[in-house]
Design a protein around this ligand. Structure first.
Ligand code: IVH
Length: 695
């Protein structure tokens, strides 16, 4: 860019940022996300740093916040409330260190690292030990007096005490400050700063209630917390279960290090960051950054990075302030939890309760380091509120274990080819009637059997004898289906790591393991595949018989190969297969003539299911075409192991004894099959005899 172009870019950025700041801080409105605004601010800051001649007094980088709202009393901060410069990568972080060391080479460079809570700053002033005022940051010089609301937060002490004499006496480092602290609690002013925030759990609970009542959902915990504190009615703030974490002690007790401030705060009864600590090098901080990023989703509150400060207060002071931020501290941010992508389709899911939930299928997008493919749209009203059409470019937010959601539509980026979405008039699963429930927002399929059937189908599909996806147990499947992330079995194969992390307590590691495990299970034998479809009356044995039969009819390598062969069958042709009676034959024919099943098989084909031939055993086929029946408890094998052995050696396992049966293998406490075998004169063998045969 030429100097002229840079100047123009700076002007445009300032105008844009100011517009959004005014909306947000003065009018309590928000048009674009914080992450989006942060990116703009970061670009402006970087351009200004490289071209200081273009820095003007009115630049957003030169001040903090907007005008305070008039509805609260104003509070003048005795010490200006500063902000922090952001860095977004290891490289930028290392540049920061190089810069400060160059600025003040004789400093002591050890760092204090702590979590950067995604809430909002508050300054608490105590007089003679009692909480006097709580003020928001406002423009850094003048904030709003929100004392009444802040007093409702239990993690904020209303009166200061030295909380545990033993602790302060044991901690040599802060013992030296004890008499000073005592004096100020007795008589004097003490100022503490920290972050007000709302835990993810409380935020989810509030939104769940709002959803039930058909009210618009809150966007994120931070805005909800800020909104709660800016309520004129302190009862509302009280009901919101807000929290406070202290991170700096403004009052001078002669503290030498930033660490001392944390220790003193904790002794005074404030909650401080348990993960915080002193790091001797930039390399150590980088490791801390990576470790915290990994466990970020599991933390109780949202964090957007780390705050790294020079630990030695004398050095910190020497480094001074540049613009709005101290040079000696920096916000080492994590990748944003928002990204833009396109909505490929809107699919309606039927959850376990029968509720119809529209879900956006997205062009896969990486958010905060993991891939996301779906986003919740909650209900039809939400789609209307967003003004969303299929094909739109949208902003998707993924925050911790909150399901990703579409939070904005970029209408100006439309091409004209976008399609309007309409909710179906009938249940997309069973074709049954739909009713509006819960105040008319949630639409439900009232056919109870429908959702239950769908749930069972999911459980059956992943079970041991079917696709055998062990990490995907019933609980997780239910949750995924409740959240609208999957509605049919094929959906399982297009899940991405970022979709799974949303399921409660799903750690990032196990999410990526599960995605891998699901991918590994895309290859399946035809017998298992048939069984997994859950066709009425088709159990494991029949599935294997059918697989053998169909394999002879043509090459089957995919679900559609199978479908094309199977749909040609009729009841008469199927009855020729041994062990298949009219009930089973009719069930198969009806399954393949149902359009829903045809599209499910097509979908399974599309997600890449491969049908492979069963492993051919190298052992001699000593049981070739022999039919076995198993009854009673076996000692040396599980039933499945015994069955596998028989099949590997060329035999078949059937479920009912007939004259065609060759062997009935009996264990302890055999059932009626044993009796029947004796009556029919079928050969009965014990487990020992079976073992001998195997040898
Ligand atoms: S220290 C000079 N420590 O991040 C400002 N800030 O842009 C010193 N924040 O306004 C702030 N967690 O609202 C500090 N552990 C932490 C923090 C933290 C969150 C917020 C705070 C501040 C903003 C910095």
């Amino acid at each position: 860019m030429t100097k002229q172009e840079i100047k123009q870019r700076i002007e445009k950025l300032k105008k844009e940022i100011n517009h959004h700041r005014y909306l947000y801080h003065v009018l309590d409105k928000q048009e674009i996300s914080d992450a989006a605004l942060d990116s703009l601010k970061h670009e402006l800051y970087t351009l200004e740093q490289k071209n200081p001649e273009f820095i003007t007094k009115d630049s957003p980088t030169q001040r903090v916040g907007g005008k305070p709202l008039s509805k609260f009393k104003k509070v003048h901060h005795k010490v200006r409330m500063l902000s922090l410069e952001d860095v977004f990568s290891v490289g930028e972080f290392e540049d920061w260190e190089t810069r400060i060391k160059k600025f003040y080479p004789s400093g002591k460079y050890e760092y204090f690292g702590e979590l950067k809570i995604d809430g909002f700053a508050i300054s608490l002033t105590y007089e003679n030990g009692f909480l006097k005022t709580a003020a928001t940051r406002g423009d850094g010089m003048v904030g709003e007096d929100v004392t009444q609301n802040i007093k409702t937060i239990e993690s904020i002490p209303l009166k200061l005490n030295i909380h545990s004499e033993t602790k302060i006496n044991k901690n040599k480092n802060i013992k030296k400050y004890k008499s000073n602290v005592e004096k100020i609690i007795e008589k004097g002013t003490l100022e503490v700063r920290g972050e007000i925030y709302m835990s993810k759990k409380v935020f989810l609970e509030i939104n769940k209630e709002r959803k039930k009542r058909g009210e618009a959902l809150y966007a994120n915990p931070r805005n909800t917390a800020a909104g709660s504190v800016r309520q004129l009615d302190s009862k509302i703030a009280a009901s919101r279960k807000l929290e406070f974490l202290a991170y700096s002690l403004v009052t001078d007790f002669g503290q030498k290090e930033h660490k001392d401030e944390h220790d003193i705060l904790s002794v005074l009864g404030f909650k401080t960051d348990k993960d915080a600590g002193v790091f001797v090098s930039v390399k150590e901080i980088e490791k801390f950054w990576e470790d915290v990023m990994k466990k970020r989703d599991k933390l109780a509150c949202q964090i957007d990075g780390l705050v790294i400060s020079v630990n030695d207060n004398a050095t910190f002071k020497k480094l001074g302030v540049v613009g709005k931020a101290p040079r000696g501290a920096v916000a080492f941010k994590f990748p944003a939890e928002e990204a833009t992508t396109k909505v490929k389709d809107i699919v309606v899911r039927v959850g376990r309760t029968g509720a119809l939930t529209p879900v956006a299928h997205l062009d896969t997008v990486s958010i905060g380091g993991t891939n996301v493919t779906r986003a919740s749209l909650h209900n039809e009203d939400e789609i209307r509120r967003l003004g969303l059409k299929i094909g739109d470019t949208v902003l998707v937010q993924r925050a911790g274990d909150v399901i990703p959601k579409v939070i904005k539509v970029f209408k100006k980026l439309r091409t004209g080819n976008e399609k309007v979405f309409k909710m179906p008039k009938k249940c997309p699963i069973c074709g049954g009637p739909i009713e509006k429930k819960d105040g008319g927002v949630v639409q439900k399929c009232i056919n109870k059997k429908c959702s239950a059937k769908n749930k069972e189908a999911l459980h059956h599909f992943t079970s041991k004898k079917a696709f055998d996806i062990s990490g995907l147990g019933p609980k997780i499947l239910d949750k995924l289906s409740d959240e609208g992330l999957i509605s049919d079995v094929a959906d399982i194969f297009s899940l991405e790591e970022g979709d799974l992390i949303l399921v409660e307590r799903f750690a990032e590691r196990s999410a990526s393991n599960l995605v891998e495990a699901i991918k590994d299970k895309k290859e399946i034998t035809l017998g298992r595949f048939i069984y997994s479809l859950g066709i009425l009356h088709i159990g494991e044995e029949t599935s294997i018989d059918l697989a053998k039969y169909f394999t002879k009819k043509g090459k089957i390598e995919s679900p559609m190969d199978f479908f094309n062969i199977a749909k040609k069958e009729n009841v008469e042709s199927l009855l020729k297969i041994s062990d298949i009676g009219p009930k089973v034959a009719e069930s198969i024919v009806s399954y393949f003539s149902d359009g829903h099943n045809a599209s499910l098989l097509q979908k399974l084909d599309d997600v890449g299911i491969i049908i492979k031939s069963p492993k051919v055993s190298l052992q001699k086929q000593i049981f070739k075409d022999k039919i076995f029946i198993l009854t009673g408890e076996l000692k040396h094998f599980t039933r499945d192991e015994a069955k596998e052995k028989i099949r590997n050696l060329g035999g078949n396992v059937s479920s009912s004894v007939s004259k065609k049966t060759d062997f009935v293998l009996i264990g302890k406490n055999p059932g009626s099959k044993f009796k029947k075998a004796k009556n029919l004169g079928v050969k009965v063998i014990s487990e020992i005899e079976f073992l001998k045969m195997l040898k």
